[in-house]
Design a protein around this ligand. Structure first.
Ligand code: AMP
Length: 171
């Protein structure tokens, strides 16, 4: 199955000049959803993963499904102000300004081998900040997976010490 053909390009969203990769067209297609989930699962199934960490919000969809398939727990990394309990924060640079993500301080420990998941790798800033949060809790980043990689933005460079996988790439 060619999931590249199923993902929709939306030009000039959310701002002019960005081609937004809209995965909702993939999510609503049952066969494509199952295929994508199985492909992601095949990448991580024999790695001794103990937790899947997903990044708000589209990382929750396949991240949650993968946790269920692996039979391990799911941990959300969220935008500021959303998590109710004690948390750690990480600030990272955007093209203009900064952004912040958070994780509960008791979400992981030093025994955890983590699969980090998000829908899309662009510049890699968000995922690098997520790796920092996981490591601050003493856990190990075992694998990082994405459905889509915008290779031309070179996000892998920021993540070069990790095992980074993506199902489809745009050069
Ligand atoms: P980055 O930190 O630059 O790697 O950005 C990654 C985050 O931004 C992911 O959570 C993506 O969902 C979102 N994102 C960035 N660029 C796009 C794009 N062209 N299409 C869809 N989502 C994007």
């Amino acid at each position: 199955m060619n999931i590249k053909e199923i993902i929709r390009d939306v030009p000039d969203f959310p701002v002019k000049g960005i081609i937004f990769k809209d995965i909702t067209t993939l999510l609503k297609n049952g066969e494509a959803f199952e295929f994508t989930l199985n492909e992601l699962y095949n990448l991580c199934k024999n790695k001794g993963i103990t937790k899947v960490v997903g990044i708000e919000s589209r990382g929750f969809i396949f991240g949650g499904a993968l946790a269920g398939k692996l039979g391990v727990g799911f941990v959300p990394i969220r935008k500021p102000g959303k998590l109710p309990y004690k948390k750690l924060s990480e600030t990272y640079d955007l093209e203009y300004g900064t952004d912040k993500i958070e994780i509960h301080e008791d979400a992981l420990d030093s025994t955890d081998k983590v699969l980090l998941h998000d829908d899309l790798l662009a510049t890699g800033g968000t995922m690098k900040a997520a790796c920092n949060l996981v490591e601050k809790l003493g856990a190990t980043v075992e694998q990082i997976s994405f459905v889509v990689e915008l290779s031309f933005l070179n996000g892998r460079e920021k993540l070069k010490t990790y095992d980074v996988r993506s199902l489809i790439q745009y050069d």
